[in-house]
Ligand binder design. Structure first.
Ligand SMILES: NC(=O)c1ccc[n+]([C@@H]2O[C@H](COP(=O)([O-])OP(=O)(O)OC[C@H]3O[C@@H](n4cnc5c(N)ncnc54)[C@H](O)[C@@H]3O)[C@@H](O)[C@H]2O)c1
Length: 322
């Protein structure tokens, strides 16, 4: 047993982030039960895990034995009880919708062993919002991972006033055991550290596109040139986050905060992407098409030749006349 005591884990929600947390934890030696009530989500997670196996082989030199061992430590479940009945740790990675999270915690409680700890991967909610619903508030905290967990290995740890020290010790050991840099969030904060700037960045960028100020390519070009070395801009970022989660966050906080910019972004995301069945990078298409998005092209940031002048002038004239 490792120092955290958290060797058997359940990941609830097999979407964009749940799939990554599950694969990465299995690769780093944890036994992982993946739960999602939707069989098609489990199928997508299996396919994503094949893709992650390729990434870990190509980028981290993982050999066949390590990949096979990770696969053998993973199991997939559409029923809750068998997925959580004998685990040390549950990581909740379901949609950023309070009713879904609360409902799942209540459904989960009777199946858990007394020892089991719970963490949420929520991007914008506070642990105190759900602590009581878990039925074990002292064993509950937030553990917020970043998308592309294998490369962006940071995890933010946030407690609520009733979280026990022992829970935070175990969660922090767990983070280190799976190769994460743990970042303590010293006060409960909507958006932690990462999303305190990523959500406004995505909101303001999508708002520029939604209101016709700039194309997503030009937003991304500007971002990538100004933030030297960035390998994607906000458009690539939101493709990676996924439009379902981007919508959940902008529609919820748009209403709660009466924030017109977020409401505009929510409506834009729904109409332009979700209503067209476009989920983002995981589904192969968002602002860009994958696996070869335009922003990765060698000439994306090049100074253009003079043939584009009239196109740029036309766009500029239109925008000044409206
Ligand atoms: N996408 C990101 O980049 C990112 C990054 C950090 C944190 N997060 C957070 O992680 C959580 C999940 O986000 P995501 O982007 O992976 O969402 P997602 O929509 O890709 O996946 C959510 C999954 O939860 C499943 N689900 C729905 N109801 C469920 C239930 N009752 N029980 C179990 N599973 C259920 C869905 O079928 C889906 O597979 C959210 O809280 C989000 O804010 C997301």
């Amino acid at each position: 047993m490792q120092e955290s005591g958290l060797d058997r884990i359940a990941v609830l929600g097999a979407g964009v982030l749940g799939g990554q947390i599950a694969w990465h934890s299995a690769y780093r030696g944890k036994t992982v039960y993946v739960y999602d009530p939707f069989p098609e989500a489990l199928e997508r997670a299996r396919a994503a895990h094949q893709g992650y196996a390729d990434i870990y082989s190509d980028s981290f030199g993982a050999d066949d034995a390590a990949i096979e061992a990770a696969r053998n430590r993973l199991s997939y479940h559409s029923e809750l009880e068998p997925a959580v009945g004998d685990v040390d740790f549950v990581i909740e990675v379901v949609p950023e919708v309070p009713e879904i999270k609360t409902g799942l915690y209540q459904q989960l409680a009777p199946f858990l062993d007394d020892r089991t700890l719970i963490a949420t991967n929520s991007s914008t909610f506070l642990p105190r919002d759900f602590a009581d619903a878990t039925g074990r508030p002292s064993q509950y905290c937030a553990l917020h991972f970043a998308n592309m967990i294998w490369a962006l290995n940071v995890v933010e740890i946030m407690a609520h006033p009733g979280t026990a020290r022992s829970t935070l010790e175990a969660a922090t050991h767990f983070a280190i055991e799976i190769g994460m840099v743990p970042v303590p969030v010293r006060k409960e904060q909507h958006g932690y550290v990462m999303n305190s700037w990523q959500v406004p960045l995505i909101t303001s960028s999508l708002s520029l596109v939604a209101t016709g100020v700039a194309s997503i390519e030009d937003v991304d070009r500007t971002f990538m040139i100004v933030n030297r070395g960035a390998n994607m801009g906000p458009g690539g970022l939101v493709d990676m986050v996924g439009f379902k989660t981007a919508y959940d966050i902008s529609s919820y906080w748009g209403e709660v905060r009466s924030d017109d910019e977020m409401r505009t972004v929510a409506a834009f995301v729904k109409e332009r992407f979700l209503d067209q069945g476009l989920q983002g990078r995981m589904g192969g298409e968002g602002f860009y098409t994958y696996p070869n998005p335009a922003y990765e092209a060698a000439d994306f940031l090049d100074v253009p030749d003079a043939s584009v002048v009239s196109k740029i002038v036309n766009a500029t004239l239109v925008s000044t006349s409206t």
